[in-house]
Structures are given as structure tokens and as C-alpha cells.
Design a protein around this ligand. Structure first.
Ligand SMILES: Cc1cc2nc3c(=O)[nH]c(=O)nc-3n(C[C@H](O)[C@H](O)[C@H](O)COP(=O)(O)OP(=O)(O)OC[C@H]3O[C@@H](n4cnc5c(N)ncnc54)[C@H](O)[C@@H]3O)c2cc1C
Length: 304
């Protein structure tokens, strides 16, 4: 109920315009994002890198109103990539297909993703958005993967279709980030039961680890804060005789910091996703929906 309300708020343009103007709201976001500027993200990335943790960064901002805005997003990321290499950071970028023009056509988004892939030797990650975008996101990913190679894809374990999607992607030897999924989806499309979402997550991880065992090179990234998913992956890898270089953990900035450090200290590959930008409201509401207990944190900012 609370989760649904928060997800509803995440798509409400009135709230998106009003709430961010309040100082307490701005203050409360600090827990999950270091600031609105790219320099805020790189500052924290440097701190994390010293602790053995790599990063991914993403510019917050959702559906656009023109292709000129998509071009501006591409130019913005290209400048980020230039700065990342100048600073010598182990930082990758992750982009939302709608931010690079998917609402204006698959070719439009595909061409812009290809431009980004051309701008770096690192991997460019493609986020997965609401279920209405999955087919088109798979199309642009496949096309750029075949052409350029250096792209990775996020898949969501809550979607009933994802297991079949992953099977169809395996011949490409893809780099995959598995997450549970953050959007409000109907039962016909996504598992309503958390147990099923978790089982699907483990199954997807198993498929990718098996592929590694058979010689696949595509990176296997587990995007989760869930201790059971983390321990489960380690157990699976151990059973298959795969070392720590065969999988990576990815978490969001500010969430489970101790766990991030513990995993890095134990020699696991850990990457933290740092978001920045002014359009943070829908994204922030989705983070609260994942864990309504964080509302207490927001409430404390209002009085503290
Ligand atoms: C690197 C990365 C990239 C992502 N990219 C996408 C994407 O492209 N598309 C998409 O739909 N989703 C994406 N997500 C979000 C993802 O789908 C989940 O909504 C989110 O990770 C929460 O699920 P979980 O597996 O961490 O654990 P959950 O099952 O939600 O929670 C398990 C446990 O993790 C901890 N936890 C989880 N969330 C929080 C929180 N907000 N605050 C504090 N503790 C928490 C708690 O201990 C909780 O009990 C991404 C997540 C990560 C980490």
C-alpha cells in the first residue's frame, strides 16, 4: 500500500515540481546522492576508489520532450567520460533508454547509445525502465552490442519474461546486471510475490554463472543490497568452482555502506552506483518505495 503510494508519487508531475523546492526534502536526499553536480559524484567516487570500490554514475532525468534534449544528454555523458578518464577513475556510466530518445523511436535511441559506446573503451550500461520499454530496450542493446561490443544491460527479476529474455541474449555473451526491478508493474507482467522475485533473481544468476563456467566472458553483476541474494550468489559460484573474478556486486550510493566495505575487504568486486542531477524526485521516490522504513530518515530531516 505504502509502496504503491510512493510509486504513484514518483510519477506525479505536480509533486515532482513542488517537493524538491523544500530544503528539508533536499537535505533528505543527501543520504542517497552526494549532490546534483557531476563533481559531487566524482568526489565520492574518489573516496570509494581509495576503499577498493569502483563506481558507476548516472544522470537523473526521465522522459524527454524533444530529441534535442536527448542530444544534450549524450553530450553531457561524453563530457563526463572525458572527465572520468582525466581523473583516472574506475567509473562507468549507466543510461536510461528514454533519456537518449527511446520515446522518439528505437533508431533514435540506438544511434545515441552507439555514440556513447564510441566515446569510451569502458562498458556503457543500459538501465531497464518500465515494462512497456523492455522490447525496444532489448532491440537497441542487441544492435549496439553486435556493432560495438562495449555495452551492458540491466535485467529485472520481477518480470515474468526475463528468464526467456536472458536465454535469448546468451549467444551475444552479454554483460548483464541483474536487479529485482523498481517500477510499479501489474501482476500479469511481474511476480506479485517477493519470494518469486527472489527465486527468479537466483535463477538468473545461476544461468549467467553457468555460462561463465562454459567459457562466457560477459560480466555478471548482481545489483542488490539483499544479504540473501549476495550470500546465495557466493554459494552458487563456490559450488560451480568459480572464483571472485567471475561476478561483481553493485549497490546504490548510501545503501548498505558497511556491507559494501565488507565485501571489498574480502576481495569481492564491488561497484557503487552514484546518481546526480536535478531531476531526482521520481528516482528518490522509487528508493523510498523499496524500503518505506527510510521514510523515518526523511521525517528526522524535517525536525532535525
Ligand atoms: C546498481 C544498481 C542498479 C540498478 N538499476 C536498476 C535498473 O536499471 N532498473 C530497475 O528497475 N531497477 C534498478 N535498480 C533497483 C533495483 O531494481 C531494486 O529496486 C533495488 O536494488 C532494491 O532491491 P534489492 O535487491 O536491493 O533488495 P530488496 O529486496 O528491496 O531488499 C532487501 C534488503 O536490502 C536492503 N535494502 C534494499 N533497498 C534499500 C534501501 N533503499 N535502503 C536501505 N536498505 C535497503 C534491506 O536490508 C532490505 O531488507 C538498481 C539497483 C542497483 C543496486
Amino acid at each position: 500500500m505504502l509502496r504503491n503510494s510512493l510509486l504513484w508519487a514518483s510519477t506525479n508531475p505536480f509533486l515532482a515540481e513542488r517537493l524538491p523546492q523544500y530544503r528539508f526534502v533536499q537535505k533528505a536526499t543527501k543520504r542517497f546522492m552526494p549532490g546534483q553536480e557531476f563533481t559531487d559524484a566524482t568526489r565520492e567516487a574518489q573516496v570509494l576508489q581509495e576503499r577498493g570500490i569502483a563506481t558507476t554514475t548516472t544522470l537523473l532525468g526521465e522522459n524527454l520532450t524533444s530529441l534535442a534534449e536527448a542530444d544534450a544528454v549524450v553530450a553531457h555523458y561524453q563530457e563526463d567520460l572525458r572527465r572520468i578518464s582525466e581523473l583516472g577513475l574506475d567509473m562507468e556510466i549507466s543510461v536510461k533508454p528514454t533519456q537518449i530518445g527511446l520515446d522518439f523511436g528505437t533508431d533514435e535511441a540506438r544511434d545515441r547509445l552507439a555514440q556513447l559506446a564510441d566515446s569510451t573503451d569502458s562498458l556503457v550500461w543500459v538501465d531497464m525502465e518500465g515494462s512497456e520499454y523492455v522490447d525496444r530496450t532489448l532491440d537497441i542493446f542487441r544492435s549496439v552490442k553486435e556493432d560495438k561490443g562495449n555495452v551492458g544491460l540491466c535485467i529485472q527479476s520481477y518480470l515474468r519474461r526475463t528468464e526467456a529474455d536472458l536465454e535469448s541474449l546468451l549467444p551475444l555473451d552479454p554483460a548483464i546486471r541483474i536487479v529485482k526491478g523498481a517500477y510499479n508493474e501489474p501482476e500479469s507482467i511481474a511476480f506479485p510475490d517477493k519470494g518469486d522475485v527472489d527465486r527468479s533473481f537466483v535463477k538468473l544468476a545461476q544461468t549467467l554463472l553457468q555460462a561463465r563456467l562454459s567459457g562466457a566472458q560477459g560480466r555478471v553483476v548482481l545489483g542488490t543490497h539483499d544479504p540473501r541474494m549476495i550470500a546465495g550468489t557466493m554459494r552458487l559460484a563456490g559450488e560451480l568452482g568459480l572464483g571472485k573474478d567471475h561476478y561483481e556486486f553493485a549497490m546504490l550510493f548510501g545503501i548498505q555502506r558497511d556491507e559494501q566495505d565488507r565485501l571489498a575487504r574480502e576481495g569481492h568486486q564491488v561497484r557503487v552506483l552514484i546518481s546526480y542531477g536535478s531531476a531526482w524526485f521520481p528516482w528518490y521516490m522509487r528508493r523510498l518505495a523499496e524500503r518505506p522504513a527510510n521514510l523515518w530518515f526523511v521525517a528526522r530531516q524535517m525536525v532535525g
